[in-house]
Design a protein around this ligand. Structure first.
Ligand code: PMP
Length: 393
């Protein structure tokens, strides 16, 4: 059997419509197939390859760590330089209250850790999250998700979770003294790139302060420069109590984190109650890659160019079939009439060498989230192909 047949026969399938693109090598914004196919990757493995595929400095950091050690001990026992250096580098990007990092393996695990921390620190149980939120696929993360169709089959989920509308100030009334935390995406990703206002986030911060509720921001998709700031919450002039991140963090390696204050995190070390335990969290190779990723984002001027690159996409993607473009930096959703319209366009674009996608909770829109390293010429090429795909689909 060839790889495509093995994929279908022996790998658990996650969708009725797998993209089925076979990749032999990746570099920058490009993926290369075994028969010489060349694709421009406009989704970055869903918001992961912010610094491009196989950035040389990420590869170098990985190689240097490979020469030292791989896994040594469960997280939080040995002093490992990549983890300690990464924690410091992360804190340097954040306001002073976010000075303590718990490294994990993925976005979902970061959300689990943040929810447990909020319960443990406040002693409260209720969590408020948003309609159409996506926070991950594990039970806790699913519980605070905001899509009933996804949740239905797995009930009972976590009790005490209430959904409010993202961006609706009136619904904040549901946050009260019994609420341990509010968790929301700074920009809703899987809902199809939905943003809110500075006023909303500031009012939310105020409501949390008044009720003794922790504010958890999920920056798993929006962080690491994707929106034109290192962290998306910087657009809104607020500071969360806990931030969760993953995806773009590792420059292509699996890693995530929940970040808070040393005072808050210290509840996790009080025995005999278990805090959060993870074997592979903050894997040294992933940590080294993440440290290199932060340095690249800081030194290569990528974040300051995000807005301009997003504007270039928006100025080129003009077509009667495009209803609107929603974006926060290079997190973009190109809206069409329906799934029936956008699906053949996405398929045709892939045939023509450009990979886009739709969203978990928004299937009438095309996802565009390219590596931040994409050049003006590559954006031009990509948009030409998308317009061609719209005309030919
Ligand atoms: N939160 C957000 C906002 C996400 O976009 C995702 C992944 N799409 C997750 C959490 C879950 O991350 P992971 O798939 O690494 O568990």
């Amino acid at each position: 059997m060839n790889n495509r047949q093995l994929f279908l026969q022996h790998l658990a399938q996650t969708t009725d419509f797998p993209l089925m693109i076979e990749v032999e090598k990746a570099e920058g914004v490009y993926l290369f197939g075994p028969k010489g196919e060349k694709y421009m990757d406009l989704i970055s493995g869903i918001g992961v390859s912010n610094v491009g595929h196989r950035h040389p400095k990420v590869l170098q950091a990985i190689q240097e760590q490979l020469d030292k050690y791989l896994h040594l001990m469960v997280y939080g026992e040995y002093v490992q330089s990549p983890q300690s250096q990464l924690a410091k580098a992360l804190c340097d990007t954040l306001p002073a209250n976010l000075d303590n990092v718990y490294l994990v393996n993925s976005g979902s695990e970061a959300v689990e850790g943040a929810l447990k921390l909020a319960k443990r620190y406040t002693g409260k149980r209720n969590i408020i999250s948003c309609v159409n939120a996506y926070h991950g696929s594990s039970h806790g993360a699913l519980s605070v998700g905001g899509n009933e169709i996804f949740k239905r089959a797995y009930r009972p989920l976590l009790p005490g979770v209430f959904n409010i509308q993202f961006g609706a100030p009136k619904e904040m009334d549901q946050i009260n003294e019994d609420t341990a935390a509010v968790i929301l995406e700074t920009v809703q990703g899987e809902a199809g790139i939905r943003t809110s206002t500075k006023e909303y986030f500031q009012a939310l911060r105020k409501k949390c302060d008044e009720t003794g509720t922790l504010l958890i921001l999920d920056e798993i998709q929006a962080g690491f420069g994707r929106t034109g700031k290192f962290w998306a919450f910087e657009h809104y002039g607020i500071t969360p109590d806990i931030i969760v991140c993953a995806k773009g963090m590792g420059g292509g390696m699996p890693i995530g984190a929940f970040i808070s204050s040393q005072e808050m995190m210290s509840v996790f070390k009080n025995n005999p109650l278990l805090g959060h335990i993870t074997t592979f969290g903050g894997h040294p190779v992933s940590s080294a890659a993440a440290l290199a990723t932060i340095e690249i984002l800081k030194n290569e001027n990528l974040i300051s160019q995000v807005e301009q690159k997003a504007d270039q996409f928006k100025s080129l993607l003009i077509h009667p079939k495009i209803k609107s473009i929603r974006n926060k930096g290079l997190l973009m959703a190109v809206e069409f009439e329906s799934f029936e319209v956008v699906k053949p366009i996405i398929d045709r674009a892939i045939e023509l060498g450009v990979i886009t996608d739709w969203f978990l909770f928004c299937d009438d829109s095309m996802r565009i989230a390219p590596p931040l390293t994409i050049s003006a010429k590559e954006i031009e090429e990509a948009c030409e192909i998308i317009l061609k795909a719209i005309n030919e689909a």
